[in-house]
Each structure stands twice: as C-alpha cells, then as structure tokens.
Write a protein that binds this ligand. Structure first.
Ligand SMILES: Nc1ncnc2c1ncn2[C@@H]1O[C@H](COP(=O)(O)OP(=O)(O)O)[C@@H](O)[C@H]1O
Ligand SMILES: [Mg+2]
Length: 585
C-alpha cells in the first residue's frame, strides 16, 4: 500500500469495516444505541432544570421550585441507569469486535499461501497480531463516545441557539480556529505512529532472531553486535514515541483555548446581556452549564480523532493481512489411486516471486508404487519439487498432476491428504512426543502411535526419555537430536499412511548408525507407496527405481543406480567421491 497515503489518511473505510462486523450482534447494537440516545436526551434535563428552578425562584414561586427539585432528582437517577446500560452494552460490543478481529486474523494467517507469508518476518506478523491489534482495541474501547458525544454536542448547541443565538455566536466564535490548529498539530502524529509500529515490529523480529540463534550468537561472540542492532531499533521506536507524546502535549493548547475562553465570555458578555435584560438569569446559568455540553464532547471528539490517527496505521497493518488472498479453496477431490501414475511434472517452469527460474520446463513421471530419487547440487530445486507437489506454490508454466488430477484444479486439502511429507527439518510443536506423532492423524489410538514409532525405529529412544511418550517436545520441551527428530517425522509418515511419500534428505546430517536406522525405516515406509526421495547421500538411493540428476533447472541425467554407474556420468563421479570419502573415514 502507498506508504505516504497511509501516513496521512485516517482509515475511515477500515474503521467502517471493523464496525460492520457488529452486524451479527444486532440486539446489542440496538441496546447500545437506545441507551446512548436516552442518556444523551436525559442529560439535557440538567440545564433545563437549572433555568426553570432559577427563574421560578426569582419569580418567588417556591412550590414550583420544590417540585422541580424533586423531579430533577428523579431524572438524575434515570440518567444514571441509562448511563450504566450504555457503558455495559458498548463495552460488550467493543470486546466482541476485537475478538472477531483477533480470531479472523489468526485463522487468516493459517490460510495464507506460503508465498505470501514469506514476505513477512514472523516477528512482524506476531507484532501485527499482538501490539497492532491492541492499538485497534484502544479505538474500539472508545466506541461508546462515537454516538454519545456527537449527540450531546448537537443537542447542546441547539439548546444554546434556542436560549440565545447571539450569545451562542459570541461563545463559539473561536471554535473553528482552535479546530484548525488542533488538526495541524495532530496530523503528523500518524506518520510517527506508523514508524513506531514498524520499529516495534522490527524489535520483536530482532528479539526472535536473537533467541532462536542464541547458540550461534554465543559461539561467534555476537552479543555486542546484536545488542547494538537492537539499540538502534529501540532508539527509533523511542524517537517516534517521543515525537507523538510531544505533539500530544502540544495539541492541548487548542484544547485549553476551546475550554477556557468561552468560560470567560459567558459570565462577561452573558452577564452584560442579563444586566440589560436581554436574557433571564436562569438562561445565563443554563448557558454556563451548556458550555460543557458543547465543549467537552468536542474535546472528546478531537481526542478521538487523535487516537484514530495514532491507530490508523495499526488498522491498515491488520487489514493488509486480512485482505491478502487466502490459498484457494474447493476444487476436485484427488483419488486414492490412479492408473495414470502418481506424480507427473509436465514442462513445469517455476520461480519464487520475481526471482530467477528455479525449474525450467521440467518433465518427469513417477508411476504408482515406484521410488524415484532426486539428486543434484545444493540449491538446484530438489526441495522445490517436493513443495510444488504438495501444492504449496503454483508453477509459472506447465502442469503438475498427482494421482492423475491436475493440482491446479484439485482441492488442496484432498491433495495433501494423499501425501506424507517428511521435510528436511522436522518441526516439533509444543506438546508431548505422542501428540507430535499423532498430528499426522488426530484420530489415531495410542497403539497406532506406538506402532508407527516402532516402524520408524523411534520407539526405543522415545521409551528411554524421562517421561517416555509423554515427554514434552518442541519449544520448552526436551531437545531431540537431528536423527531423533527425523525419526519422529518418519513416525508421522507411517501413521499418516498416505499413498504418496515425499522425503527430503531423510539422512542429511546423520551419523552412520542413525543413518542406517533411518534408511531401514524409510525402506519399510516406501513399500507399496509412490515415493519421491531427495538425497545427496547416493548410497541411500541404491534401491530407487529411477534416479533423476538435476542441474540448471532441468534433468541432466536419469536412469537406475546401476545404469548411471556404467556410463561416464556426473552421478558416477559423485558416487565415487562419496565412496572414497567413506572408505577414508
Ligand atoms: N522460499 C523461497 N523464496 C525464494 N527463493 C527460494 C525459496 N526457497 C528456495 N529458494 C531458492 O530456490 C532455489 C532452490 O531451492 P531448493 O529447492 O530449496 O534447493 P535444494 O535443491 O537444495 O533443495 C535456491 O536457489 C534457493 O535459494
Ligand atoms: Mg533442499
């Protein structure tokens, strides 16, 4: 979005969209509007009673005075009742709106395609979901005032005009000037507020990076460098925050002008008018009260505009996420099996974002039940092929078919339910080891989980953990080694029991013993399934039905392990290098 525009304009449209979400809570809206309207109307009885009581007393009508005083007490009680109802209903509405916004944002983040998510640092997204939402809440919390204050302002002004148009004109003469001054002071606050939010997001991101990379930071003695980086960000945050606070204080100048000048004018000029008999004493006193009915709401309104300026960038940052298109939904179901083969790439060209082509016109075909190995230099696009097969990204050109179904038309949920992906790095979520395995199939029984772990050669090491399968894993949990995590990933794949298996470097960074265990599990897992396995350990691919060697976005060699070793191939050279290294070790 245009940054300059975002720094200046109040996001009225977004505010309207937030308030539009109140539609399902119609009865609360009606209650809030009714109680607010009534509270505003009843509030005007104050100046009315003051005028009536004073003028009756001046006329010597004491019975009237007593009656009016009793009535005004009764009305004050009613006023309190409406005030209470108004506050409760409005507080409920703002809480409901905020919850709705929070829910929608967090579920929308889940629905965004990876290509969109990659445009943001996770710290920035966390900041949007926490501090930016809090800023939005600040304006929602003021929602009661949107209705009440304008009503009071308009009513108060009308009452003043009825009592004395001349005195009203004199009293309010300065109002437009102070409004202009106020707007000028407050306008730059939005830009500072936007910069402050961006700085806050950057500090969140920096903190996350420092925590995630803590071992590296220590190993390379980078604490000072990181602290300096953080300090720079924190300084920017402080500077923009300070600017806003200064502007906020400066904005009080028109506030004070708004308040105090009429307070002087009414007794002086109004007193002169009363002395000349142009208005009654009761009218003068009522007028003195009415100033507050007009100027306090105006003050509140200006304060609200200020808050809106400060919160507008937060609204925009939240809606930028909400308005990003989600992954497509619906489409054709992918069958469990197909005679057209399991995975097929037809002249697929792909690039990340605006980057260079990672794959260009790549074609290959994996028949059902076969295993194909993908080999190639680092960064040649092996993992990309697996990600494309899962429908995580869309190819620029060409077509990918899974179980005979073009995935551009397939239902993504159905597509992914046919696939088990064992990624290069198995991510563990907070929760026990058993829960982490069960994620592959939430309805699996404990026996199923144990059987999957056994098949993945993970059972023994899990049993040896302090609490066995109930040992907490993930952040704040037990730290597992690379090979152990890899086997948890395989256990998930066993439990998922999908017809297509995608393995990304299942034995990368494993020692020989773990490698043998993992390979043993992989062999069992691949049995009866269509398997695409990426590995740079060529020994792991010996049993594959076909091996595809990738280079420059396309296929440079293909064949079985044996046939590739017979000819003078890159594969053979790589294999011999690895065999020699293994022998030396
Ligand atoms: N999310 C991404 N955004 C942009 N570029 C990426 C992304 N993921 C990978 N790449 C780039 O695409 C190329 C292929 O990556 P990848 O398929 O992960 O390689 P590998 O063959 O080592 O698995 C690399 O040059 C990598 O830098
Ligand atoms: Mg890779």
């Amino acid at each position: 979005m245009d940054e300059a525009r975002r720094a200046k304009r109040i996001e009225w449209k977004l505010l309207a969209r937030v308030l539009g979400r109140l539609r399902p809570h119609r009865s609360w809206v009606a209650a809030a509007a009714a109680s607010t309207g009534m509270a505003a109307v009843v509030a005007f009885s104050g100046p009315y009673f003051t005028r009536a009581i004073t003028d009756s007393a001046m006329a010597g009508n004491m019975r009237w005075v007593l009656g009016l005083m009793a009535a005004s007490l009764g009305v004050a009680l009613i006023d309190a009742g409406f005030g209470y109802a108004k506050s409760v209903s409005m507080a409920t509405l703002s809480a409901l709106t905020l919850r709705d916004l929070r829910d929608r944002m967090s579920s929308h983040v889940q629905a965004l395609p990876p290509a969109t998510l990659e445009r943001y640092h996770s710290g920035d997204l966390v900041s949007r979901l926490s501090s930016d939402l809090d800023s939005c809440e600040a304006i929602l919390r003021r929602a009661p005032d949107y209705l009440y204050q304008p009503l009071q302002f308009v009513g108060g002004l009308a009452f003043m005009v009825v009592l004395s148009p001349k005195l009203t004109l004199v009293t309010c003469a300065l109002m437009p000037i102070s409004l202009l001054v106020f707007e000028r002071v407050v306008r730059p606050m939005q830009r500072h507020s936007m910069k402050a939010m961006e700085s806050l997001a950057a500090t969140t991101a920096a903190t996350q990076d420092a925590i995630r990379g803590a071992p590296i930071v220590r190993a390379f003695n980078l604490q000072k460098v990181l602290a300096e980086h953080y300090r720079t960000l924190a300084k920017a945050l402080e500077r923009h925050g300070m600017e806003n606070r200064k502007k906020g204080i400066l904005a009080w100048v028109p506030f004070l002008m708004l308040r105090y000048i009429p307070q002087l004018i009414v007794p002086l000029y109004g007193g002169y008018m009363a002395f000349r008999g142009e208005i009654s004493l009761g009218t003068l006193l009522a007028f003195d009260l009415l100033i507050w009915y007009v100027f306090l709401p105006l003050e509140a309104f200006l304060g609200w505009i200020r808050e809106l300026r400060e919160a507008s960038p937060a609204l925009a940052r939240c809606y930028e996420i909400l308005d990003s298109p989600a992954e497509r939904r619906g489409g054709r179901a992918v069958p469990m099996a197909s005679c057209d083969g399991a995975v097929e790439f037809r002249a697929v060209t792909f690039a990340y974002g605006e980057g260079r082509d990672v794959l260009s016109r790549l074609s290959f075909h994996v028949p059902a039940g076969r295993t194909v190995g993908l080999v190639g230099g680092s960064g040649c696009g092996k993992s990309t092929i697996l990600r494309l097969t899962c429908g995580l990204y869309e190819p620029r050109e060409g077509e990918i078919r899974v179980l005979g179904e073009p995935i551009s038309e397939a239902d993504l949920t159905s597509l992914r339910s046919r696939i088990s992906l064992v990624a290069q790095d198995t991510h563990l979520f907070p929760g026990s080891i058993a829960e982490n395995i069960r994620m592959a199939r939430p309805d699996a029984s404990r026996e199923d989980v144990l059987a999957a772990a056994r098949a993945a050669n993970a059972h023994d090491f899990i049993e040896a953990l302090p609490q066995g399968y109930d040992t907490p894993a993930g952040e704040l949990g037990h730290r597992l080694s690379g090979g152990e995590k890899q086997r948890i990933g395989l256990a998930r794949a066993f439990l998922r029991d999908a017809p297509i298996l995608l393995l990304d470097e299942p034995t990368a960074s494993l020692d020989t013993e773990s490698e043998a265990r993992v390979l043993d599990a992989v062999r069992r897992l691949a049995k009866g399934r269509t398997t695409l396995v990426v590995s740079h350990r060529l020994s792991a691919l010996r049993d594959a039905d076909e091996i595809i060697v990738l280079a420059d976005g396309g296929i440079c060699e293909r064949g079985t392990h044996a046939s590739l070793l017979e000819a003078d191939t890159i594969y053979r050279r790589l294999y011999e290098q690895q065999a020699q290294a293994a022998a030396e070790a």
